[in-house]
Write a protein that binds this ligand. Structure first.
Ligand code: PLP
Length: 349
């Protein structure tokens, strides 16, 4: 079955919860062990001190480490991206920060596409720098030679540990060629990870892991949450890499809580319907804007012309244009503010 069908029940059994067809909200801080030996065994597995034995239940310990609404959510998230494992966080920034802290060390260089979501940009340029990690940016949408040159420049500064890509970029919708970044990372060394922030098109219309990326990151606050009532994030990838990120999460304490986990399970059931409708609406809005004299330029993937190098990247790695639009309006800040302050249905949020 496809992920949208599996969102109703995958990873949950009613006999765990007195027959309830929906997973309850397991609003508990901690879990009881049947014996001291069982508690010891659970901790050994959770802390990575040993692999679980064949068929061994890894066991619930404490809601910062694991809880049912979290584990069902993580299992369901893997389906969309075809990931081996997922780890969920209390925000997109928590997912990004915890992942970066797992793989970057003082002296390392991280090459990243530009622009980035503002919070991520701040993390790179004002927080990681305090820990001796050097960010080097390249412009999203620049030709392959420019990306190759950026890799060379980054490697001259220190050990290149990661290529971090946000594609499409917030807010310009500029695309970065994921397969190119994967090739350059592999040429630079086995332990150079490629991480992709897939918030703008995923998990429906872009699958970076299938293009060779090591890690996929999400702000689940957006499409996945979908109701503007929660903040959450996720990191997906191979079981091996994700278990390292999970260990970081345990000690930073950036775990999704039971209530948010439950809200996301609710949201995932309708995600494909919502995202598909949002995409259809976005096309109408983008077409309308493109025909208006007040609008200088519309940044929308569905309008990329044939022959544009960005169109070639789009055709290779995106399955649909999604719902994100930005546009430049004539008249500078005054013109933009006049437009914004005249909006009636859309909040300035
Ligand atoms: N990545 C992108 C592309 C975003 O737009 C955002 C938030 O706007 C984030 C990451 C951060 O996510 P969160 O706000 O859930 O921490």
């Amino acid at each position: 079955m496809r992920p949208e069908s599996l969102m109703m029940r995958y990873g949950y059994r009613p006999d765990w919860s007195m027959g309830a067809i929906k997973s309850p909200i397991f609003q508990t801080s901690t879990f009881a062990f049947r014996s001291a030996a069982e508690g010891k065994a659970f901790f050994e597995v959770a802390y990575g001190l040993r692999e679980p034995d064949e068929g061994e239940d890894p066991g619930l310990i404490y809601s910062r480490l694991n809880h049912p609404d979290l584990q069902i959510l993580e299992d369901r998230l893997t389906l969309w991206d075809g990931a081996e494992a997922a780890v969920a966080f209390e925000s997109g920034m928590a997912a990004i920060a915890s992942t970066l802290l797992t793989f970057l060390r003082p002296g390392d260089v991280v090459l990243h596409s530009d622009p980035l979501y503002g919070g991520t940009d701040w993390l790179f340029n004002h927080v990681l720098t305090e820990f001796g990690i050097t960010p080097v940016g390249f412009l999203a949408g620049s030709p392959p030679e420019a990306v190759e040159e950026a890799v060379r420049a980054a490697r001259e500064i220190g050990r290149l540990a990661m290529i971090y890509v946000e594609t499409p970029a917030n807010p310009t919708n500029a695309l970065v060629d994921i397969e190119l970044c994967v090739r350059l990372a592999r040429e630079a060394g086995d332990d150079v990870r490629v991480a992709v922030d897939n918030t703008f098109l995923g998990p429906l219309w872009q699958h970076p892991l299938k293009l060779g990326a090591d890690l996929v990151l999400y702000s689940l606050t957006k499409y996945a949450g979908g109701h503007s009532d929660l903040i959450a994030g996720a990191c997906l990838g191979s079981a091996e890499l994700v278990s390292r990120v999970r260990a970081t999460r345990t000690f930073l304490g950036t775990t999704t809580d039971p209530w948010t986990g439950w809200l996301l399970l609710r949201s995932l059931e309708t995600m494909k319907l919502r995202m598909t409708c949002q995409m259809e609406n976005a096309r109408r809005v983008a077409d309308f804007l493109a025909g208006r004299p007040e609008v200088e330029r519309v940044h929308y993937l569905g309008h990329l012309p044939e022959g544009d190098p960005q169109r070639a990247v789009y055709d290779r790695q995106c399955l649909a244009p999604g719902g994100m639009i930005s546009f430049d309006i004539r008249g500078g800040e005054a013109g933009a503010f006049r437009f914004l302050d005249a909006l009636e249905m859309v909040y300035l949020a």
